[in-house]
Design a binder for this molecule. Structure first.
Ligand code: ADP
Length: 409
């Protein structure tokens, strides 16, 4: 079944048409710089790549242009469902959901938790409901996978009323990636589907780790928002909260302005003063840029410490799985992290690591218990698979309870 996967952000809309049965991508692309004169629609069909000007298009015109493109390519009438990435589902969703008026209302209720993302996600849903009135539409949440965390993992040690009255708790993100990668790891590494303990490390521009026990998330590093946890490209990760009031006074600015710096000018770019991009930092470090090397060292230390804390959440560890742009490609970063975790029984296989574990079904350690491995993520495919499963079961009369789909909490 072919599924249109949509990821609508504040100034861009990523899309892909994917055959959910085998992962084949018929077309993929991004409409970006929406609302500006430089708006473009960039897409890829097999080896062919093209970029078209959208002349200041905002979301609606951009999605219309995507539909026109799909018609031009002859795939529009082959689409059987639409899967939307939705960033924040709060504690309201523990799985993917067929989109109904009730689901839309609940996503709207989560806007205070995801003020930057949820409005754009909702806009994508509304426009595609207008453009594809007859097709089943499904919401796939970044937060849903982590709804199985126990209270000791999701509670912050703040007044309990902040949790009950203001929804202050750890939600976690990248759930679609952690779920996909942990499922793949079980198959790829030959782990027991009924009894496994995996730490997934999604290391891209945003970074988070998750502790996955028998298919369920038991803990994760991102929190109420994605700024919590490990050092990232531009985000600080966890810091002493007093830094916020200290810097507010020191810079004579608002808490929001300090938060903006913690989200956009910290992490790798903050320490290096050079770039948020790991490849750029590795190249600079190799030519003697000391702060680039320091940023990479801090990053690896932060991820290794977080991994060790995830071992505590699991009680044991079978596999540490690297994914995301850095996790899948940055050989030296993986090596540094695995070496820092040597005390826990990990021993790097430098040769296997240099080739991303390809000869050993992903494994990059000599040790097999525990092992470290590389598993490529594919969030779009996971969204397509959920959408196909729900669309197949979708009947207007039974949308409230679908086998295999999520449920509203
Ligand atoms: P996003 O979170 O935006 O999806 P990605 O998962 O694509 O980001 O990860 C982007 C990061 O991956 C960047 O820091 C980039 O430098 C890094 N990366 C990609 N390829 C390599 C590589 N070959 N070596 C080192 N880092 C890489």
């Amino acid at each position: 079944m072919n599924v249109l996967v949509l990821n609508c952000g504040s100034s861009s809309a990523k899309f892909a048409v994917i055959d959910a049965s085998n992962g084949h991508e018929l077309v993929s692309g991004i409409a970006q710089r929406l609302g500006s004169p430089q708006a473009t629609l960039d897409f890829k069909v097999e080896a062919h790549k093209e970029s078209r000007l959208l002349h200041g298009a905002a979301h609606e015109q951009a999605l219309r242009a995507v539909v026109a493109l799909l018609e031009e390519l002859g795939v529009a009438n082959q689409i059987a469902g639409i899967g939307h990435r939705v960033v924040h589902g709060g504690a309201k969703f523990s799985g993917s959901m067929p989109i109904t008026a009730e689901v839309v209302a609940k996503i709207e209720e989560c806007i205070p938790l995801g003020p930057l993302h949820n409005p754009a996600n909702l806009l994508g849903i509304k426009i595609s409901q207008e453009l594809f009135p007859g097709l089943p539409q499904v919401a796939v949440f970044d937060t849903a996978f982590h709804q199985t965390m126990p209270p000791r993992a999701y509670l912050y040690a703040v007044p309990y009323e902040w949790f009950t009255k203001h929804e202050v708790r750890r939600y976690g993100f990248h759930g679609t990636s952690h779920r996909y990668v942990s499922q793949q790891a079980v198959k790829q590494l030959g782990l027991d589907p009924e009894d496994h303990a995996i730490v997934t490390a999604h290391l891209g521009n945003g970074c988070s780790l998750a502790a996955v026990r028998n298919g369920h998330s038991m803990d994760t590093t991102m929190g109420l928002t994605p700024v919590d946890g490990v050092v990232m490209g531009t985000r600080s990760g966890s810091i002493d909260p007093s830094i916020i009031s200290h810097m507010k006074k020191a810079l004579n600015c608002s808490a929001e302005q300090v938060m903006d710096v913690l989200n956009k000018q910290s992490g790798l770019v903050g320490i290096s003063g050079l770039s948020n991009d790991m490849r750029t930092l590795q190249e600079a470090a190799a030519t003697g840029h000391e702060r680039a090397a320091l940023a990479i060292e801090k990053f690896c230390y932060s991820v290794a410490k977080a991994a060790a804390s995830m071992f505590v959440s699991l009680g044991r560890v079978d596999a540490l799985v690297f994914t995301g742009g850095i996790g899948e490609n940055a050989v030296n970063v993986r090596a540094q992290i695995v070496e820092l975790l040597g005390f826990a029984g990990f021993s790097l296989d430098a040769h296997a690591n240099a080739f991303h574990g390809k000869a050993l079904r992903g494994r990059i350690t000599r040790s097999t218990s525990p092992m470290a491995a590389v598993v490529a993520t594919n969030e779009e495919l996971m969204i397509a698979m959920d959408t196909a499963e729900i669309a197949t079961a979708h009947l207007p009369s039974n949308v409230e309870r679908l086998p295999g789909s999520g449920r509203a909490a």
